[in-house]
Design a protein around this ligand. Structure first.
Ligand SMILES: [Fe+2]
Length: 196
């Protein structure tokens, strides 16, 4: 039986609000601005399997944060840094862990651990963790560093949504995909972010 399908993150994005990533009208523009920015990000409106939908929903929140990071100024840099750390502690860190512990091992059974998309995701996870770690030091925050993190996060989400997740859905058989989805659901129920 083929995996069931649900709307992808872009198709669903109007249901969200600018507050999803701690964004405010001042920092992230109006909802209309946000909508056009999200469209401009070109996250493909794929029909994501229900099994991976929880991760795609978090990608949508991460994408909003990435846009806010890219628009950070020296005036709001401290506020954006705090919003980034809040996102990381409440959702991002756990999201990375689940991808590394559940999703990627299931995929490398088919693709091999040296698959270029797997390597890219892991390298980017390390790089994003390093950049978040820099924000946690309490040193004065540089808006250029926020912009770089925003671009990195945006490109990372795009790659996972446009390339990696589709490959995973194609490679795993329904039983394997179902097992990953069930494990993600259990993990999600054990970890409920305050903003969810
Ligand atoms: Fe991800």
């Amino acid at each position: 039986m083929p995996p069931t399908r649900s709307e992808g993150p872009e198709a669903r994005h109007l249901a969200g609000s600018a507050s999803d990533a701690g964004a405010s009208p001042t920092a992230a523009g109006t909802d209309g601005d946000l909508e056009s920015l999200l469209h401009a990000s070109r996250v493909r409106a794929v029909q994501r399997s229900n099994e991976l939908a929880v991760l795609s929903r978090e990608h949508h929140v991460a994408l909003k944060l990435a846009l806010r990071l890219q628009r950070a100024t020296n005036v709001d840099a401290e506020t954006v840094r705090q919003a980034t750390l809040d996102f990381w502690r409440e959702e991002g860190r756990e999201h990375f862990r689940l991808e590394e512990e559940l999703l990627l091992p299931a995929f490398v059974r088919h693709a091999g651990a040296d698959d270029a998309d797997v390597v890219r995701v892991l390298v980017e996870h390390v790089d994003i963790r390093r950049r978040i770690g820099d924000l946690e030091t309490g040193a004065p925050v540089d808006s250029a560093a926020l912009h770089a993190l925003g671009e990195r996060l945006r490109d990372h989400v795009r790659h996972e949504e446009r390339t990696l997740f589709g490959r995973i859905e194609a490679a795993l058989n329904p039983e394997e995909l179902g097992a990953v989805g069930a494990a993600l659901q259990v993990a999600g129920e054990a970890h409920r972010p305050p903003r969810a």
